[in-house]
Design a protein around this ligand. Structure first.
Ligand code: SAM
Length: 231
């Protein structure tokens, strides 16, 4: 895994000082995954590529330096924790609705000595009540279809900030179906960037949504409503 991460980060043009922390994180992930459902990806090479390098690629597409970032539905910490390890100036909030995963994240932060990371057990649509429009960036991967995801994430982003949705390269239709939601929630698509995960044939997509105006107060709605009747 070490050589793969060194080569992959170098191919992305990113510094490699974070590799020892990523290796420690990978070890904790694999060990804990034996007793707790954290990830379906278990092969070390796949963890390096599909979790670490996939997350790291975002640093080549957006400036994260000194930004407040919330990772919505972070699960075992993706993409938020690799971003923080590789760009330590990030002020990070990891948010997930599953308490056991949040406990795992707290342990990783403690063992890696990561400062300025808030690990929050909660639902995005409820978290928004107290943290509305307070982040420079929201990021999210593999949580919900884009129309739903926008309602969970865009209310958390300050006007002028961005929501970054990690999607597959086959997400054209999904993006079309989210255009209405993005507009209502105060966003505007500012970029669609496909990227390759180094050392693999895998290509993924980052959809960048700029927050151009405030989100109307009535959003986000309760999750049952969001799901039943997406914008
Ligand atoms: N982002 C991680 C990744 O790509 O590996 C985890 C993806 S996992 C498939 C989806 C995660 O989103 C789960 O850990 C789940 O608990 C969380 N989640 C789903 N809905 C949520 C919500 N409304 N608020 C916060 N977390 C949520």
């Amino acid at each position: 895994m070490e050589q793969q991460l060194q080569a992959g980060l170098a191919a992305l043009g990113l510094p490699t000082e974070g590799v020892p922390s990523l290796l420690r994180y990978g070890h904790l992930l694999m060990e804990t995954n034996k007793v707790m459902n954290l990830t379906a990806i278990t092969d070390p090479a796949d963890i390096a590529a599909l979790h670490f390098l996939d997350s790291a690629a975002l640093l080549t597409l957006e400036d994260f330096r000194d930004k407040t970032v919330v990772d919505v539905g972070t699960g075992a910490g993706f993409p938020g924790l690799p971003l923080k390890i590789l760009e330590p100036t990030i002020h990070l909030t990891l948010l997930d609705s599953l308490g056991k995963r949040v406990q795992f994240l707290e342990r990783v932060c403690q063992e890696l000595g990561l400062a300025d990371v808030a690990c929050i057990h909660g639902r995005a649509e409820e978290f928004a009540a107290a943290h509305r429009e307070s982040f420079d960036l929201a990021v999210s991967r593999a949580v919900a279809a884009l129309p739903v995801l926008c309602e969970l994430c865009l209310p958390l982003v300050r006007p002028g900030g961005k929501f970054l949705a990690m999607k597959s390269v086959d997400s054209d239709q999904e993006l079309e179906s989210a255009r209405h939601a993005i507009e209502i929630l105060g966003g505007a698509v500012s970029g669609v960037r496909d990227y390759a995960i180094p050392g693999t044939e895998v290509r993924h997509r980052l959809i960048l949504v700029k927050k151009v105006k405030k989100t109307p107060e009535k959003y986000p709605r309760m999750f049952a409503k969001i799901k039943k009747n997406p914008l």
